[in-house]
Design a binder for this molecule. Structure first.
Ligand code: AMP
Ligand code: GLY
Length: 423
């Protein structure tokens, strides 16, 4: 099979690494890719926003299958256009990608199909939103409706903070994404991410993971795209997984199909495990980044036929098997992230992969033959262990061997699981 992978992050490096191991693969291309992905694929400098150019390239190279990594091209309808050109594609349609592209869309779906989630209201202007906040009181959560790179959510501990967040949204802090606002009840509990595949009819549970959204140790400081993750998430016991499948995932898949937007691709539920059980915080219509890195390390099965079955409506014919080990990834980011940071800082050395650990590239590039950091999140140091404690020790030991002066990482990725394992 000839495969084209769209994307350039750590998630896509992990996908490329795993797809490259498939005996079914003849040739792998990645657009635009990154220097880590170049170890497994031929990089192509395509403008991914130019759907006609992507289709023309796929035809020229007789690509059998396109895998779309990030959400932006999905929300822009790249998967629809590829499928219309008769090219098998992994990734949801533009209509189904609204599960991530519009928080209001997802909340309305939950209301229609009785999916447990925080009580909410949608607003197009500030004053009624503020009135609702005053009625409900704090803590309360304010969300820009659209895609805001993980930054459009304010968990307001006071009414004043909530009112300010409403003004920020409507004053354009998140551009068009903030033209509508969702105000939602605060949910208390432990978070987990639950990954599933769907071909529109069948759902296949993959695995669970826990992300670390805040930039600082002890879950402090501003939100980021994710500073590290581990899998499995211990809070997702088999009983909790079953409740999530029955109460949240299955009604979502059948509801999307009933509404005329069948979902095909991977999605993950951001869950809050509250005293009442699992409640939906949000959906994402792609693999999480950096959660994908730990999932790919743990997946024993060949990824390619699983993705292809998802895209071609035969998901009921495949299974996914997982290593029992835990995997953990630590994100190395540019100093200053998620605020402003220097670009093109040199990375002098990346240690080689071993049986139990590997460094994935995210925001890196080659400039005049030298590896530099170009993004906020730059490297993902990922390791296995018999438990999270061992995976954590291995990941930090490998991270210490990376030579990159302008990089930093959180020192406590996995802390909740490590604390549990001590007991
Ligand atoms: P999101 O971008 O929707 O994943 O939200 C970012 C983060 O905000 C989540 O990972 C949660 O930590 C937090 N959050 C979002 N919604 C709620 C809520 N209703 N209650 C408590 N925390 C929330
Ligand atoms: N790490 C969170 C996300 O990919 O949305």
């Amino acid at each position: 099979m000839k495969v084209l992978l769209i994307g350039s992050g750590g998630r896509e490096h992990a996908l490329a690494w795993k797809i490259a191991q498939s005996p079914l693969l003849d040739e792998l291309y990645a657009a635009p890719g990154n220097p880590g992905i170049a170890d497994h694929a031929t990089l192509v400098s395509l403008d991914v926003e130019d759907h006609a150019a992507v289709i023309a390239f796929a035809r020229e190279k007789a690509i059998d299958f396109v895998v779309v990594g990030p959400e932006a091209p999905l929300v822009a309808g790249l998967a629809d256009d590829l499928r219309a050109a008769d090219i098998a594609t992994f990734g949801p349609s533009k209509a189904a990608a609204q599960l991530e592209g519009s928080k209001g869309f997802t909340k309305d779906l939950c209301a229609r199909y009785d999916i447990p989630t925080g009580a909410y209201q949608r607003f197009k202007t500030a004053e009624p939103a503020k009135q609702y906040v005053r009625e409900q009181g704090a803590p309360i959560v304010i969300k820009a409706d659209g895609l805001a790179a993980g930054k459009g959510v304010t968990v307001a501990m006071s009414e004043a903070e909530a009112l300010a967040a409403i003004d920020d949204c409507f004053d354009g802090a998140f551009g068009a994404a903030g033209a509508e606002v969702v105000v939602e009840a605060f949910l208390d509990g432990e978070e987990a991410s639950f990954f599933c595949l769907s071909d529109g009819k069948t759902a296949l549970a993959l695995a669970t993971a826990q992300d670390h959204k805040r930039v600082g140790d002890g879950d402090t400081g501003p939100n980021t795209g994710g500073m590290g993750a581990y899998s499995p998430a211990p809070v997702m016991t088999p009983a909790m997984v079953e409740r999530t499948m029955k109460g949240i995932i299955e009604p979502t898949i059948s509801g999307m199909a009933k509404d005329g937007n069948p979902f095909s691709g991977v999605f993950f539920a951001g869950l809050m495990i509250t005293a009442k059980g699992p409640e939906l915080i949000e959906y994402n219509v792609r693999f999480g980044d950096p959660e994908c890195q730990v999932l790919m390390m743990r997946l024993k099965s060949d990824l390619l036929p699983i993705l292809y079955a998802t895209a071609t409506g035969t998901l009921d014919k495949v299974k996914a098997e997982w290593r029992d080990d835990a995997a953990l990834t630590v994100v190395l980011a540019s100093k200053g992230y998620p605020g402003a940071y220097d670009k093109n800082t040199p990375i002098a050395h990346i240690p080689d992969a071993s049986e139990e650990a590997k460094v994935f590239h995210a925001g890196t590039a080659l400039k005049d033959g030298r590896l530099v950091a170009t993004g906020g999140r730059v490297l993902n140091v990922t390791a296995f262990g018999k438990n999270v404690t061992e995976a954590q020790a291995r990941a930090y030991a490998l991270a210490a061997k990376v030579e990159w002066e302008n990089g930093f990482c959180r020192r406590d990725i996995g802390w909740q699981a490590v604390a549990r394992e001590k007991v």
